[in-house]
Design a protein around this ligand. Structure first.
Ligand code: JFZ
Length: 413
């Protein structure tokens, strides 16, 4: 692990993942059968032959795709970096690759470079641009690996040398600054092979952050399992949770299992509080549109992030508070403990936080709240914040406690 994540990654906290490829055309269904697996895996799940899957490119014409609009929304939603699937396991490049013809410019009626549009929009809106690149699995290349198949006859090194490295070279030389590369599912990649890819990336753009899924412990940070976060604060290394808003990364017309904005806000706060980042996924459909339900949810999450920015970006890992509270999460920076109130309360009472509190305010508008700190009859530290009455029925706001001590003082119980 390196310190490179300190430059921006550990401060920015919240990013947008975009999974988009030919699988969006199938939208979770093939020959009348629905997949029970994540939709971008449909080629593998249903054993779709390469010659047949390739034909999806002829149908890929996302007339409604608007990179500017998507990135503008990401910005509004408080996302500070974006990671786009330049090539997922299906092997199809979503950019104008000279190294391999199986790409969006050469094979689709759409004919335009998606990755370039996104990278330019990110530049315009001041969002850091990152790429996802499936380095090991490639279900199109005869020598790329495929999960659930026998790979023993393949010349994996040949594929790395003749497809992966040339593609990485173009991505890192022709698309401006790439802040992060999200490698994935290393499978049987050897330490030497992982190292070669990292060295190539760093030789072209030394500041690029490399995801944990390069494999062999060679990433700059740890990628947790999808949708799972460490139970406890984890500060040994920088880390990130990749998370879905429904149950799939690539678009599926059948998946309406949307998480609520409340759940996602809590997930984001838990990740931040425990020292990590959250990379939240959207999967545009074949027309290039982000599903409406998804946009509505992100509008709500984004409002929280925007209104409480000072309690989110560049905050520090927070120690374990001894009680489980279903109505609060904590984040903090020096001399400030942020209490995120996630359920309606008429008064905020906190036990066993022994800080001397000099002031309390509502983060969204700076409004001062009455606060006292004392000891209970049992001798435990006790903080009480009196809330203005119009907050009593509200959820999802944040109170900052300014403290004499730099760090929160959570008493042992
Ligand atoms: C991988 C991909 O296969 C998937 O399509 C998607 O891109 C996702 C973000 O990443 O899936 C994984 C990889 C690793 C774990 C789980 C899903 N893991 O380590 O728990």
């Amino acid at each position: 692990m390196s310190d490179i994540t300190k430059q921006w990654f550990e401060k920015e906290k919240f990013g947008m993942f975009i999974h988009w490829g030919l699988y969006a055309v199938l939208a979770g269904e093939y020959k009348g059968k629905r997949t029970d697996h994540i939709a971008e895996w449909i080629m593998n799940t249903f054993d779709i032959p390469v010659e047949e899957y390739e034909k999806l490119a002829e149908q890929f014409n996302p007339r409604d795709f608007d990179a500017d609009d998507i990135v503008k929304k990401a910005k509004e939603w408080g996302m500070r970096y974006l990671v786009f699937t330049s090539k997922h396991h299906e092997g199809f490049a979503m950019y104008d690759s000279k190294a391999d013809d199986y790409n969006v410019v050469k094979k689709t009626p759409y004919g335009k470079d998606i990755l370039r549009q996104l990278s330019e929009a990110c530049e315009k809106y001041g969002i850091r641009f990152g790429i996802y690149y499936s380095q090991a699995q490639d279900w199109h290349d005869p020598n790329g690996l495929a999960a659930n198949y026998d790979n023993s006859a393949k010349d994996y090194q040949y594929y790395l040398d003749h497809k992966v490295k040339p593609q990485l070279r173009e991505l890192f030389t022709e698309y401006g600054k790439i802040s992060l590369i999200w490698f994935d599912t290393p499978m049987s990649t050897t330490p030497e092979q992982s190292r070669e890819l990292v060295e190539l990336v760093k030789s072209l753009q030394p500041d690029c952050v490399v995801s944990g899924r390069i494999g062999n412990g060679l990433g700059d940070y740890i990628t947790t399992g999808d949708n799972t976060i460490p139970r406890l604060p984890y500060g040994k290394n920088a880390w990130e949770i990749p998370a879905t808003i429904n149950d799939t990364w690539g678009y599926s017309k059948y998946d309406h299992k949307w998480k609520s904005a409340d759940e996602l806000i809590r997930l984001l706060l838990k990740a931040i509080s425990r020292g990590g980042n959250c990379l939240l996924n959207v999967g545009p459909d074949a027309m290039g549109r982000i599903p409406e339900e998804c946009t509505a949810i992100l509008d709500e999450v984004g409002a929280y992030v925007r209104n409480n920015a000072e309690a989110i970006y560049d905050t520090k890992i927070t120690a374990v508070y001894p009680y489980e509270l279903d109505w609060a999460e904590f984040t903090h920076r020096e001399h400030k403990l942020y209490v995120h109130i996630l359920k309606p309360k008429s008064i905020i009472e906190l036990l066993n936080i022994a800080n001397r509190v000099t002031r309390a305010y509502l983060v969204e508008d700076g409004r001062e709240c009455k606060v006292k700190y004392e000891k209970t009859c049992e001798g435990d530290a006790y903080i009480a914040v009196t809330l203005p009455e119009e907050l009593w029925d509200r959820k999802n706001y944040c109170i900052c406690l300014e403290t004499e001590e730099a760090e929160p003082v959570f008493e042992e119980i």
